[in-house]
Design a protein around this ligand. Structure first.
Ligand code: 4AD
Ligand code: MG
Length: 430
C-alpha cells in the first residue's frame, strides 16, 4: 500500500493509503475511536469503528499514548468537519514504539521548561507552523534573488577580521592564529560583487551580543545582497520589493500555518509599496511631535522602533544616519559628511529593524581613514582595500535577518521560536 504524507491526502480521496506518524491525541465515543496522527506535514484524524468491544484494533488503540509511533492504513474520506478536510477510515495499525510518558502535554508549560525540551517542543503544532513559515520565507528569498539574476556566493564563517564592530566578535583558535565567527558576509560579498556584478550570500552569522531581548539571537541567519554600481536609492527599492515578495508568498502558500498561529493577516495584506521613506533626522522630528525627545546621535532602541511603527503602520525605510552610530564602511553623504548613506528597514506592528545596509565607501583614502578612526588593524583589511584600487565603483547592499522577519510575519513575541535550535545569551542546550 502506498505511503503518503498527510499534506498530500487531497490527491488520494477514496484510495487506500498508509500514513506513518505519531499519535498527537486520541479519544473515544461509543463504538468509534478517534486517533489524531501527525507526520510533520499535517494532522489527520483516523476513525476506528467496531461493533465488538474486544476488536484487535481497539486493543491496539488502548495501548497508544501521545507520541507513540505507528503506521496506519485505511481509506481516505473527504469530511468537511475534519481538521484538514479529510480523515482516514482505519483498517490496520502497526505500532512501532509505545512512547514513554511524554513531558509536553496539552496543558500550559513555562518557557524555560519548553526551551530545555526544544528537541521535543518542535513537534507542537504552533512550533511546526512557525518553522514551516520560516521554510517558505527562505524559499521565497532565494527565488526572489535567483529570479533577478543574483549569483549566490557563500562567504566564509571563519574570518580573520570584524565586519560589524569588534565588541560582538566570537573568537576561536585557528591553528596558531585567532579567527572570528562571521558577523556578516558583507565584506567578502563586496569582493564577489566586483567579480559577478550582483550577488547574495545566505548563511548563519554570529554576534556575541550581551543583549537579552526578544529580538536578539547569538546565532542568526541573514541574507545579504550586494550590487556593484548600485547606490542608496537602488537598494531602497530592492529592499521594499523583497519584503513585499516574502509577505505575498507566505500569504499565498502558508494559509493553514497562519491559521494555526491565529495570525490576523490583515496587517500583512495591508503592506503596500511605497513604504514611508525618512531620514534619521526626519524620524527625530516625528518622535518629538509624539513627545519622545532624542538627541542627534542617539541610536533607536526598541521603544523608539515601536513608536515609529505605531506612527506609520507600514514598514519604514530610514536613511542618512549620523556616521558615529554606524559601521566604518558606510559612504558619507556628499552634502552632509556627518551623515552616512545607511539604510534600515523597520517592520510594522512594533517588530523593529529587519534590514540593515547601505552604500559603501568606494574611495581608498577615505576608507583607510575610517579604518584608522575605528581602531581596526589596516593589515587585516588589505584585501578589502584592494577592491578600492582596481576599478573601484559605488556599490551597495543590505542584510535581512531571517528570524526577525519570521517573528513579524508570524506575529510571535519572541525570536527564539523562529529557528529550530536558538542560541541565546544564557542558553546553548539542547
Ligand atoms: O544591521 P546589521 O548589523 O547589518 C549588517 O550586518 C550588514 N553588514 C549587512 C549588510 O549590509 N550586508 O544586521 C542586519 C540584520 C538586522 O537588520 C537584523 O534583522 C539582523 O540582521 N540581526 C539580528 N537578528 C537576530 N539577532 C541579532 N543579534 C541580530 N543582529 C542583527
Ligand atoms: Mg542594524
Amino acid at each position: 500500500m502506498k505511503w503518503v504524507y498527510i499534506e498530500d491526502l487531497p490527491k488520494h480521496e477514496n484510495q487506500r493509503v498508509e500514513i506513518r506518524g505519531w499519535v498527537y491525541n486520541k479519544r473515544s465515543s461509543g463504538k468509534i475511536r478517534f486517533l489524531i496522527i501527525r507526520d510533520g506535514t499535517g494532522y489527520v484524524q483516523g476513525m476506528i469503528y467496531s461493533n465488538k468491544k474486544d476488536s484487535p484494533l481497539f486493543e491496539k488503540f488502548d495501548k497508544l499514548n501521545q507520541e507513540s509511533s505507528l503506521h496506519i492504513r485505511g481509506e481516505v474520506k473527504k469530511d468537511k468537519r475534519a481538521p484538514g478536510g479529510y480523515e482516514i477510515s482505519v483498517s490496520d495499525i502497526d505500532i512501532i514504539q509505545i512512547a514513554e510518558s511524554y513531558p509536553i502535554t496539552p496543558k500550559e508549560h513555562g518557557t524555560s521548561f519548553l526551551m530545555k525540551n526544544r528537541h521535543l517542543w518542535l513537534r507542537s503544532s504552533k512550533q511546526n507552523a512557525v518553522l514551516q513559515i520560516r521554510t517558505e520565507v527562505i524559499k521565497a528569498i532565494r527565488d526572489f534573488f535567483d529570479n533577478r539574476g543574483f549569483r549566490l556566493m557563500d562567504t566564509p564563517i571563519l574570518t580573520p577580521s570584524a565586519c560589524e564592530g569588534t565588541t560582538t566578535l566570537f573568537e576561536t583558535e585557528y591553528f596558531d592564529q585567532s579567527a572570528y565567527l562571521s558577523q556578516s558576509g558583507q565584506l567578502y560579498n563586496e569582493a564577489t560583487a566586483m567579480a559577478f556584478g550582483k550577488v547574495y550570500c545566505f548563511g548563519p552569522t554570529f554576534r556575541a551580543e550581551k543583549s537579552k531581548t526578544r529580538r536578539h539571537l547569538i546565532e542568526f541567519w541573514m541574507v545579504e545582497p550586494e550590487i556593484a554600481f548600485a547606490q542608496l536609492d537602488d537598494i531602497k527599492k530592492l529592499s521594499e520589493d523583497l519584503v513585499l515578495y516574502i509577505i505575498e508568498r507566505v500569504l499565498e502558500n502558508k494559509k493553514t500555518e497562519l491559521e494555526i498561529l491565529e495570525r490576523d493577516t490583515k496587517p500583512l495584506e495591508g503592506v503596500k509599496k511605497p513604504f514611508p521613506k525618512l531620514t534619521y533626522e526626519e524620524v527625530l522630528e516625528k518622535m518629538k511631535e509624539k513627545g519622545r525627545k532624542l538627541d542627534f546621535g542617539d541610536d533607536f532602541g526598541a521603544p523608539e522602533e515601536t513608536l515609529i511603527s505605531k506612527i506609520f503602520k507600514q514598514p519604514v525605510c530610514i536613511t542618512h544616519f549620523p556616521a558615529k552610530i554606524k559601521a566604518f564602511y558606510m559612504q558619507p553623504d556628499d552634502k552632509r559628511p556627518d551623515l552616512v548613506l545607511g539604510l534600515d528597514v523597520l517592520a510594522s506592528e512594533g517588530y523593529g529593524e529587519i534590514i540593515g545596509g547601505g552604500q559603501r565607501i568606494h574611495d581608498l583614502k577615505l576608507l583607510k581613514e575610517r579604518i584608522k578612526e575605528h581602531n581596526l588593524p589596516e593589515k587585516d583589511y588589505a584585501w578589502y582595500l584592494d577592491l578600492r584600487k582596481y576599478g573601484s565603483v559605488p556599490h551597495s547592499g543590505f542584510g535581512l535577518g531571517i528570524e526577525r522577519t519570521v517573528a513579524w510575519i508570524c506575529n510571535i513575541k519572541h525570536i527564539r521560536e523562529t529557528i529550530p535550535f536558538p542560541r541565546l545569551l544564557y542558553r546553548i542546550y539542547p
